[in-house]
Design a protein around this ligand. Structure first.
Ligand SMILES: [Zn+2]
Length: 248
């Protein structure tokens, strides 16, 4: 029996059936398990004459994951995975969760590798993506190096623009390694733009905010002012003598 027989005389019904069939088939994308598109990445919908396809909302997540691969992160974790055996951990997790529900402000987490800052930051990114926000990832030692190499070149403006103007920016490992004048110039341009525009910015670093101020007062003071109750430093000690809103 042809699909045009019987009940499906109307081409609209035919298109809808075609879409339904397509949308029920699982896809092959990996990295993130999407219940909406069943990992096809696209959704079929009836168009004027034929089926048309649109990107699924998981596209942003998949793009973010591709970027995060640069730093060895293979999936976006949820806040629940950040375990809190100690009181300060629950407190910082609570602040991170609250921050991820807002549409403004900056978040700063500093500490040694392994202190949990990446877990919390990617948890925030995950929630922002779930809320439909567009997030860009900036890995300092890689994207920073690329942009510094372009400084003075005509391509520089175009390359830095998306990081200045994106809805949410996550700068990972700010000022990793030795800090040059080029690093300071780049960080100031990026952060000053976002400071003036009031754009959501998330920063992780091995350097505390007080170390930032010592490095460059213009950058440090902007970060200090914008992060308010969302500024955390985990010192490198066994007992993690945690100070909220660190400042010394
Ligand atoms: Zn999807």
């Amino acid at each position: 029996m042809s699909i045009w027989d019987g009940r499906l005389k109307d081409p609209k019904d035919y298109l809808e059936l075609k879409c339904k069939t397509y949308n029920s088939a699982p896809g092959k994308l990996t990295g993130y398990d999407c219940p909406i598109c069943k990992n096809r990445g696209v959704i079929a919908q009836p168009g004027e004459r034929d089926v048309v396809f649109r990107w699924c909302s998981c596209r942003e997540k998949r793009l973010m994951l591709k970027n995060l691969e640069k730093s060895g992160i293979t999936r976006l974790n949820t806040f629940e995975e950040f375990l809190c055996p100690e009181k300060w951990q629950s407190k910082v997790k609570g602040r991170a969760k609250a921050f991820a529900e807002r549409d403004w402000g900056w978040f700063y987490m500093s500490g040694q590798p392994g202190c949990g800052k990446t877990l919390l930051c990617t948890g925030i990114v995950n929630r922002f993506l779930e809320r439909g926000k567009s997030v860009r990832y900036f890995l300092w030692r890689e994207d920073g190096t690329r942009l510094k190499a372009l400084a003075g070149d005509i391509a520089y403006r175009e390359a830095i623009e998306p990081y200045k103007t994106c809805e949410v920016l996550y700068i990972d490992d700010l000022f990793k390694g030795a800090v040059t004048q080029g690093d300071l110039n780049l960080a100031f341009e990026l952060l000053n733009h976002r400071y003036l525009a009031g754009s959501i910015t998330l920063i992780s670093s091995e350097k505390s905010v007080s170390e930032l101020v010592a490095l460059d007062e213009a950058i440090g003071s902007r970060v200090y002012e914008k992060t308010r109750e969302n500024r955390f430093h985990i010192p490198n000690s066994k007992h993690k003598n945690w100070r909220l809103n660190e400042w010394n």
